[in-house]
Design a protein around this ligand. Structure first.
Ligand SMILES: Nc1ncnc2c1ncn2[C@@H]1O[C@H](COP(=O)(O)OP(=O)(O)OP(=O)(O)O)[C@@H](O)[C@H]1O
Length: 392
């Protein structure tokens, strides 16, 4: 919902404001590039203007809702509003508010949220809010019985007055927050066909790290559905990063899984993790990434007890980031739904099928190393070198 004639999107960012001016300028530049790419990917007309702390997207009224949606899918954006731009003259602002009220008010309570960045203007935000309330009231009172509610209004008329222009809007749509993608170094994302790993990858992207997705082909223990699901989630994630390459490295792991199932009972799941981490690390060297991200959460599975994570993580020297470590499943599922990667599928494939009858929750490194194939980590390195790039 937007004021009649709105053809601009006001974009707000958050964490960038805590940076030094040089870093902030750099990050704002990245944000502008990412916004441009997002618009182009969705064929939305628009140009980006970098002003004050608020990037603006200039588009047209027919595209302003789609441009707002694109902005609120861009990392680093806290919120965005489709706005009508008018001069800072109070009469013009009040006129725009009255026209907006006539178009969109249909009963219920309302409030005015007025902000003023330029303290030299001949009116302050309180005056403006008061007069705006009266003007809106008068615009609709013939048809309705308007009511003001400053705490929980049905409709909020927003006004933001800057140095040389003012913006009038009705809607503030939340974005993901975080930092612009590309402002941190890349990480290799271990993605399976599950619910958690795409959410973990998304969390790293949200903090600015492009991801290099890696899927370990588990041979007969994975299967076509498992891989298809992993690819589909990467494809969905790539919509948040249209100007970043999101091809997937498919790491051949089938033979090693067969070997582990044949030769190990207890602990084989942990050795498989060690294979994953070392493969991811080798891949990271290959693509110049600085970390690994997984969807693991403390205690979610036997391989994810704090002790087991401690033992298996030693297969890699690069940091293994686990943004979901402290999250409950319910939270992760809600987040997966929110970002669009949730899948209802409950196919029994992937690591679950490798799990032995007797699970290990309390591993120690030395016995695990003694039990696993001697060349496990060399196998992982070779597999990462042989990994092929596939389109998700
Ligand atoms: N086949 C695979 N290829 C790449 N990474 C994998 C694969 N299987 C598991 N992982 C990684 O190991 C983590 C823990 O594995 P787990 O067995 O819990 O995965 P899952 O339940 O199949 O999937 P998810 O954790 O995504 O819900 C995953 O979050 C993912 O980062």
């Amino acid at each position: 919902m937007h004021p009649p004639g709105a053809d601009t999107v006001l974009v707000r960012h958050g964490d960038l404001n805590t940076k030094s001016n040089t870093v902030k300028r750099y990050m704002e530049g990245l944000l502008a590039e990412n916004l441009e790419a997002m618009l182009a990917d969705r064929s939305i007309p628009g140009t980006i203007e970098r002003r004050w702390n608020r990037p603006l997207i200039h588009t047209n009224e027919a595209a302003v809702a789609a441009a707002t949606a694109a902005a609120t899918n861009t990392f680093g954006v806290v919120s965005a509003s489709p706005v009508l731009t008018v001069s800072t003259e109070k009469a013009r602002i009040l006129e725009a508010l009255a026209a907006t009220a006539r178009e969109h008010y249909d009963g219920g309570t309302f409030a005015v949220d007025a902000r003023r960045a330029d303290k030299t203007l001949p009116y302050d935000s309180e005056d403006l809010a008061r007069e705006a309330g009266t003007v809106i009231w008068e615009a609709v009172e013939d048809e309705f019985e308007p009511e003001v509610d400053l705490d929980e209004p049905d409709l909020t008329f927003g006004v933001e007055v800057r140095e040389d222009v003012a913006f009038v809007y009705l809607e503030t749509v939340d974005g993901p927050g975080g930092l612009p993608l590309g402002s941190q170094e890349a990480v290799v994302a271990l993605v399976s066909g599950g619910i958690d790993s795409p959410v973990a990858a998304y969390e790293m992207m949200k903090r600015g790290s492009p991801i290099v997705p890696a899927y370990v082909d588990l041979g007969d223990y994975g299967g076509i559905d498992h891989e298809a699901r992993a690819m589909e989630t990467v494809r969905l994630l790539s919509a948040y990063a249209p100007n970043f390459d999101m091809q997937v490295y498919r790491v051949p792991g089938g033979e090693t899984v067969d070997l582990l199932v044949r030769e190990m009972e207890q602990g084989r799941m942990l050795s498989l993790r060690r294979f994953f981490y070392r493969a991811a690390e080798t891949l990271a060297e290959r693509v110049n990434a600085d970390g690994i991200v997984t969807g693991e959460a403390a205690g979610q599975k036997s391989s994810q007890t704090i002790r087991n994570l401690g033992v298996t993580s030693r297969a890699a020297t690069l940091p293994i980031h686990r943004p979901l470590l402290s999250r409950d499943k319910q939270y992760i599922v809600a987040q997966a739904r929110e970002i669009g990667t949730f899948t209802d599928s409950t196919i029994d494939a992937g690591c679950n099928r490798v799990t032995p009858d007797q699970v290990e929750t309390n591993a120690r490194l030395e016995p695990l190393l003694a039990a696993e194939p001697d060349d496990l980590l060399e196998r992982a390195e070779a597999a990462a070198r042989d990994a092929e790039l596939v389109d998700p």
